[in-house]
Design a protein around this ligand. Structure first.
Ligand code: 5AD
Ligand code: SF4
Length: 452
């Protein structure tokens, strides 16, 4: 889901850096890395965009509307620049990688840095200060920012994202990521474990291990090697009070070893994000997903067998090239068969230079895509509600993340299965584990009462 938020960093001469982040969790983590790179240069955190001397916008290219939103933000920064002519604006991330010169030509942008070029940001800013536009969009085969301890942007101090790999080799035909984030590479496990231990010592109680395809995590050095399941086990062993999550899994790669490791450790959360994209084998082939409908269902059957209490969430794309009504119905029937607990659903958006853009016609009319998407969303809400209703009467352990948006008298947190639970505050606080008896639900939230 697209997310937008900001951090502010101020240096000793009272220069402030403002970062806005769009796109995936990976981008959130990247902005934290960027903040960590800027900090030794004398920058520290502050909180007002109006005070900014430098604005970084960390961008997303996944769908056209994500990019449009960012062009809109650049117009806002243009106004800000009029007010403060010394203001510098930098575009980072996937859109920087994809649009490079086009962004610099816009006039308002002073520097452009791709996802593997963040170490050069201090230099690019210094260069931009002298009036020279700076650009670095070189992709790397090695960069994992392994040694950098991200400056945490999360508000709760309880759950953090830890990047375990970068890039993607999958080449799904609709997707820009392999082009914007480059080839897949895994991060040294020692640095991952060090970061996780530090987080735990600071009071964090949940880490989410991030990668475009975590199942293909692989580290080897000399005679030793480590798979994703082995890494996850090491992370789980840091402390039984630390919850471990991960995203994203790929149906073609998710191994039984991972499922057995999840079963072995109570602190590995029982939730898997397993994007299906389509329920039609023909469309999956055009998408270059490298699995069939049946293979996906077989993976789900294995999850149910090894982890009976595990929830599954997914991503679905409506209206991919040549998708027929029958293909669409195959998606709906697969959704019913699996009964997803959570999901992210999108209309297909053609991205320039992807395999789909080069070889297939984006031939499902906009209106039709929209109708199919709405059907998918309606069904999804029904299925989530049914699943949530099954929770009523159960007692679930909830890790408290914050105060409920609706009432200061209520807290919210998640179950191991990643379901959000709202319950009365009593004397509980953020970071506590609370056993909550589920009493009511909507399609998105569970509501209950703490068990004394
Ligand atoms: N159009 C629509 N949705 C897309 N996604 C990726 N590329 C596109 C695209 N071109 C979706 C996929 C992916 C999620 C992160 O975004 O469902 O899993
Ligand atoms: Fe993340 Fe993909 Fe958007 Fe890049 S394009 S920010 S990898 S969601």
């Amino acid at each position: 889901m697209p997310i937008a938020f900001s951090i502010f960093v101020e240096n000793m001469e009272n220069k402030a850096l403002y970062i806005e982040t769009y796109g995936c969790q990976m981008n959130v983590n990247d902005s934290e890395v960027v903040a960590a790179i800027m900090q030794p240069e004398g920058y520290r955190l502050t909180e007002r965009m109006e005070d900014a001397d430098v604005i970084f916008v960390n961008t997303c290219s996944i769908r056209e509307n994500a990019e449009q939103r960012i062009w809109g933000r650049l117009d806002v920064f243009r106004l800000e620049k009029r007010r403060n002519p010394a203001l510098l604006v930098g575009v980072l991330g996937c859109m920087a990688e994809r649009l490079k010169e086009e962004l610099l030509e816009k006039g308002i942008v002073d520097l452009v840095a791709g996802p593997d070029a963040y170490r050069s940001l201090p230099l690019l800013v210094a260069q931009a200060e002298t009036g020279q536009k700076g650009i670095n969009v070189l992709l790397s085969r090695e960069e994992t920012y392994a040694d950098i301890s991200p400056v945490r942007m999360d508000k709760n101090g309880v759950s953090a994202f830890v990047s375990i790999m970068r890039g993607c080799n999958n080449m799904c035909s609709y997707c820009v990521v392999p082009y914007t984030r480059g080839a897949e590479r895994s991060r040294n496990p020692e640095t991952i474990l060090h970061e996780v231990r530090e987080l735990f010592d600071k009071g964090y109680r949940e880490v989410t291990l991030l990668g475009q395809n975590v199942d293909s995590y692989h580290w080897s050095e000399g005679t030793t090697s480590m798979s994703f399941a082995q890494l996850m086990e090491q992370v789980a062993l840091v402390d039984p009070l630390l919850r471990v999550r991960f995203a994203t899994s790929h149906p073609k790669d998710m191994s039984d070893e991972v499922l057995h490791t999840m079963a072995k450790y109570p602190n590995i959360c029982k939730h898997i994000h397993l994007p299906v994209q389509s329920g039609s084998t023909r469309i999956l082939e055009l998408m270059n997903r490298k699995y069939t409908r049946e293979m996906y269902l077989e993976r789900i059957a294995k999850v149910r067998e090894i982890l009976p209490d595990c929830t599954v969430s997914t991503d679905v794309i409506a209206g991919f090239c040549t998708e027929t009504e029958q293909d669409h119905h195959d998606t709906l029937s697969l959704m019913k068969e699996v009964g997803f607990d959570m999901g992210f659903m999108f209309q297909y958006s053609e991205r320039p230079n992807t395999k789909a853009a080069r070889h297939f016609k984006d031939d499902v009319p906009e209106q039709e895509k929209n109708r199919r998407l709405n059907e998918i969303i309606t069904l999804h809400n029904e299925l989530s509600l049914q699943n949530n209703e099954q929770e009523i009467g159960k007692v679930r352990e909830v890790l408290v993340e914050g105060v409920s948006k609706r009432s200061a008298e209520e807290l919210f947190g998640r179950t191991s299965q990643n379901k959000v639970v709202v319950f009365p505050k009593n004397n509980y606080k953020v970071g506590d584990y609370v056993n909550v008896k589920i009493e009511r639900c909507s399609s998105a939230t569970l509501m209950g009462a703490p068990q004394i």
